[in-house]
Design a protein. Structure first.
Lengths: 297, 159
């Protein structure tokens, strides 16, 4: 049974409003049409993940504060970012399962008049699409089949691992994004090392290694002749789209692989125009991809 | 430390390093070696090892370990311990933490971008309760650390 009137508190995080409004714009459009009601958080803070390496307790308390704000609204959280999902979900599960940890974090929260009770759940966009909306309803909303294009997907680490926090009943994280892509009619191609990391989290201390990782990914995607790469995480997206020209210059290679947020791809299939989905915000312009879609008739 | 006692179960098979995307590009980062150094109690060497900061948190090592050792979680704990005891952290971490303290967000989002949300038809971006955020920094003992910690910009990879 699918949830006929799903309602979620949308947790935007920092990177999407700061650098990738195109992801938020396209996600809000498709979710609205698919009947998912998004409620704004009246107050929130960074999910906590960026400070986890330097202070685990602070990071967890920041995450827990967001969870408490959702508890006050009595609503589950929907994130668009893998980093926010991974961290809020992990801290939520640790707080539910580990009494000692919950006691410690609640002592911190008590100082700001809050208490974590463990009443909400955290989901990523792709979980809501699969579990609440359902494949059938998505299929019904596809007005323009994208059967003329071939793409590849990159799900991103924090939706896949550690599996003790990311496994969900009835869903296979490694194939879910593929299935969602195929609902649009597009072919989703397999390639080598699909689950491999984008490298973005260490780019602040070392550019060499992440750029080599991203270059390898783009090579693998190019080798199967994918016309675009589809992402569901702002960090992965920045690595492959915004940084693609840098990677091309650094290694003297030419990729020109457009990287679309999944809701942009789905939005095109649902009949939204490229303008409505902020597709022109992409660094690598998907000119040939759009030509294939609109000139196929 | 997260399930630290599990580290005793590590028999140095090297599955973590074999599957680590960072190790594939640089032998400077070697999770198997880090696990061994922890077993041997080489605390000073570990805490001053710049390679600690190269883990991307892809968590492949955690899912691959046949003994259930959470190598990436151990690396995270070592990073925190290093910051606490040596008072040194990456500049980027300090910047992100200061941004959160000042604005609630990991970046200082320019007013122009906040205003542009209206043109895009996006809802207003809420302001965080900064008093509460500052309090969380204080009670987790991080205000002083962040003001006084030394920073380094890059991790130089030595092969």
């Amino acid at each position: 049974m699918k949830n006929s009137n799903p309602e979620y508190l949308i947790f935007l995080g920092c990177t999407i409003p700061y650098r990738l409004p195109s992801y938020e714009i396209s996600a809000r459009k498709v979710l609205k049409t698919l009947g998912v009601k998004l409620v704004e958080m009246p107050d929130f803070n960074c999910c906590g993940f960026p400070v986890d390496p330097v202070n685990h307790e602070l990071a967890s308390a920041l995450a827990a504060r967001n969870l408490c704000l959702a508890e006050e609204k009595e609503m589950n959280i929907l994130t668009l970012c893998n980093g926010c999902f991974g961290f809020l979900n992990k801290v939520n599960k640790m707080l539910k399962e580990d009494e000692g940890f919950r006691k410690k974090i609640n002592e911190d929260l008590n100082e700001i008049g809050m208490e974590y009770k463990g009443k909400v759940e955290v989901k990523h966009l792709i979980h809501v699409l699969a579990e609440d909306v359902g494949f059938e309803k998505i299929r019904q909303n596809v007005k323009k089949s994208l059967s003329m294009i071939r793409v590849a997907q990159h799900t991103g680490c924090h939706l896949l691992r550690p599996s003790k926090y990311t496994l969900r009943d009835g869903l296979d994280g490694h194939t879910l994004l593929k299935e969602l892509i195929e609902l649009t009619g597009a072919e989703c191609l397999d390639y080598v090392d699909e689950g491999e990391c984008c490298g973005n989290p260490i780019i602040g201390v070392n550019e060499d290694i992440p750029f080599q990782m991203a270059r390898e990914k783009l090579e693998h995607v190019k080798r199967v002749n994918a016309q675009a790469l589809i992402t569901v995480c702002p960090f992965c997206h920045i690595m492959y789209d915004l940084n693609q020209p840098l990677i091309e210059r650094r290694f003297n290679e030419r990729f020109r692989i457009p990287v679309l947020h999944y809701p942009q791809l789905l939005g095109l299939a649902m009949g939204f125009t490229p303008e409505e989905l902020a597709i022109n915000d992409l660094r690598v312009k998907p000119i040939e991809l759009l030509n294939s879609i609109y000139n196929a008739e | 430390m997260a399930d630290a006692e599990k580290l005793l179960l590590c028999f140095q098979c090297g599955t973590c390093t074999a599957g680590c995307p960072v190790s594939r590009f640089s032998s400077f980062y070697n999770p198997r070696r880090i696990a061994r150094m922890v077993q041997l109690g080489l605390k000073d060497r570990l805490l001053s090892d710049a390679a600690l900061w190269l883990c991307t948190t892809c968590y492949t090592c955690i899912d691959n370990c046949p003994q259930g050792v959470e190598v990436a979680s151990i690396v995270r704990s070592l990073r925190s311990l290093s910051v606490k005891e040596r008072r040194v952290m990456p500049l980027i971490s300090k910047k992100l933490a200061l941004n959160i303290l000042k604005s609630g967000y990991a970046y200082i989002i320019p007013e122009s971008r906040i205003r542009r949300r209206i043109t895009h038809g996006l809802p207003h971006l809420p302001r965080s309760n900064l008093k509460q955020i500052a309090k969380l920094f204080e009670v987790t003992d991080f205000l002083d650390t962040i003001e006084n910690a030394e920073t380094f910009e890059k991790v130089e990879v030595k092969e």
